[in-house]
Design a protein around this ligand. Structure first.
Ligand code: G
Ligand code: G
Ligand code: MN
Ligand code: NA
Length: 254
């Protein structure tokens, strides 16, 4: 049986799960939101990493079904997180190129918001530069409709794709996520330091938020925080975790 066939079975059997990675305030370390990351626990293969199954789902179109499920489930989960935390949080969800271009995408988004009762502004949709560049005219129309719903757009893996900075002017973008390859060798690497500083400066002047991804050490956090990076995501402040583990972390923090 191929991995592809196993995936269709996995959807039927409910083998896909969502994990949640905290996105924290760099100064206070308080959890502000979570990025949703899909996991597949196959009964005999064990954990199949998303790097293996997402590309297959993107090719065969199953990503539309999986992505719709993930978006709705994540919005519903956020409500429970908020009840426990007793404050407002946000949820960040990865949207693949094919999902973003799907005719039904805005319906899926509206359904997730209406069903969960979240405010649009509590939802961040992560897309890559590549997703915007496939068809910028279409992207502009979808992004403006997302903005009408107050959902925010984050550029994932910022700085690693093929794109021009002009899109930051053209599209209603709210968040830049600095790719972890630029964080990994901080604070030692002068080049990575220069890139992070440039992104932070650019974001400040364009009035965008920045999330530094893949922060694994105290030194990296200090470096970024001192240079005005407001949000941190990485193993240092929380690995991707099952919902019940995230709930326990929120309970502990009140
Ligand atoms: O969860 P990591 O831990 O392994 O995820 C690897 C990659 O898989 C991420 O870079 C992300 O792009 C992709 N990924 C994870 N979860 C999702 C999801 O729910 N939707 C989409 N489209 N991609 C995801
Ligand atoms: O591409 P995207 O940014 O959506 O995916 C996030 C990926 O980064 C996931 O695979 C997640 O497990 C991984 N990740 C999150 N925090 C860290 C970290 O601190 N170090 C490393 N190496 N990977 C991380
Ligand atoms: Mn992401
Ligand atoms: Na990223």
């Amino acid at each position: 049986i191929s991995l592809e066939a196993a995936m269709f079975q996995a959807v039927r059997e409910g083998e896909f799960q969502l994990y949640y990675q905290p996105i924290v305030d760099a100064q206070t370390r308080e959890i502000q939101g979570f990025e949703t990351l899909m996991r597949w626990k196959h009964p005999t293969l064990g954990m199949v990493p998303p790097a293996r199954f997402i590309p297959i789902a993107e090719t065969n179109g199953l990503i539309n079904l999986l992505g719709a499920w993930a978006l709705k489930a994540a919005c519903v989960q956020l409500k429970q997180f908020e009840e426990v935390a007793k404050r407002s949080l946000y949820i960040s969800v990865n949207i693949s190129p094919r999902q973003f271009r799907n005719d039904k995408f805005l319906d899926v988004l509206d359904d997730a918001i209406a069903f969960s009762g979240l405010l649009g502004e509590q939802l961040v949709l992560e897309i890559t530069e590549g997703t915007l560049m496939i068809d910028p005219v279409h992207a502009e129309s979808i992004l403006s409709k997302m903005a009408e719903r107050k959902a925010r757009i984050a550029i994932d893996d910022f700085g690693t794709g093929y794109s021009s900075l002009a899109y930051l002017k053209r599209f209603p973008i709210s968040v830049l996520k600095i790719d972890r390859t630029f964080i990994r060798d901080l604070p030692g690497s002068q080049k990575d330091g220069a890139i992070c500083n440039a992104v932070l400066d650019l974001a400040k002047h364009l009035n965008l938020s920045v999330v530094a991804e893949g922060v694994e050490t105290e030194e990296q956090l200090q470096y970024l925080e001192q240079r005005g990076c407001q949000y941190i995501q990485g193993y240092l402040t929380g690995k991707p975790m099952a919902a019940n583990v995230a709930l326990a972390a929120l309970k502990e923090s009140i």
